[in-house]
Write a protein that binds this ligand. Sequence first.
Ligand code: SF4
Length: 405
Amino acid sequence: MIHLGQWQNQKITLSRKINSLTLSRESKTETAVFSWDLAGRLWTAMINTVSYRRGLDGKVIAKWISPTQERGRRWLSLEESQQLIGYAQLSASDILTDLQQRTVVITPSADAELLTALEAAACFTWPQSLNDAAHYSQVYKPVGILPPDQYMAVVLQAAEGCSFNTCTFCDFYKSRPFHIKSPQEFSAHARAVHDYLGKGLSLRRTVFLGDANALVIPMKRLVPLLEITHNTFPVDKLGGIYAFLDGFSGEKKTIADYQTLAQMQLKRVYIGVETGSDELLSALKKPGSAADAVQTVTRLKQAGVSVGVIFLLGVGGKKYAAEHVRETIRVINAMQLGLEDILYFSEMVEHEGMEYTRSAYTQDYGLLSAAERAAQEEEITAALQFSETYGVPHISRYDIREFVY
Ligand code: SF4
């Protein structure tokens, strides 16, 4: 329900949805919009043209579009986060006090559900935000990365880390040994996540089985973990189970295995294919071949599980550009992607200390500019062929610098 009113010479709007509370305040000089989950955690904010998103780990990212239409982003400092969370909390608590003292009138008048949600938001002070982030880090090992359509999932770390950890361009899990949780450990973890999210669970969609390669877990061990997931969370209501899988090696699953997992509500599997070029994959120290990835995609789709495949833009620089484009087109076309699938293009993000960056320098890759990477994406997508029977997959950008959970 949407409630409108005037408060301190500002137009205010309060909206209590089934999964969140939104408050907007609009003066002559500023428009501020805040959203909280029903446990009271600040989730998003927008102040004039800058949007903010607070992750469960307490970090806040700011994003904006420049006058020249370029996307900008940066992580807030602790002081800036404190200021933002304080501003949101004070807005909620001041309006709540005035509603309780009837010194402000909103139409329709506040009901019990709105007041409860506002009370939770008014309690989300800076110390409470720090406590919540500390609780989060007791429940989770750092969540390295998720596909962009899974940022609002309930992450359950059935395994921790990556079973390979060799890829030169990836340092998400370098400090963490690969570990598959026992049923006892996983059950305690799932329960702890459930308790931690509390009423905030209503904001979450889907269950994402972490970390980097959860589906590499052998079936004998994986099925009991999925049963625990179903016993702890309303998986159907949340929209099913999603996970990453390396498309290459490890415990290869059969079509029958994937059918069993589909019956247990596995909906989509994400595979970081990176490039269709085997030579480049080998230079990146990514195990396996592009043909393995095509085979994994084919098996999943035959079992009725959709896929999200991720390719890197600019990887291998000028040295590999022609081969990367040619082989990537060939491999994507061989995957027979359809309407239910997602094709992600992710810009290669180089930074100091990464093995990839050192190789790019010593082997003279020749970095591609942002415009050249965009051109690479255009060249690949222009050559893709999708069948009328399966339809066209959703094609989107995947910017790992914007990841927040
Ligand atoms: S398999 Fe994936 S998660 Fe593991 S090191 Fe390679 S890119 Fe990173």
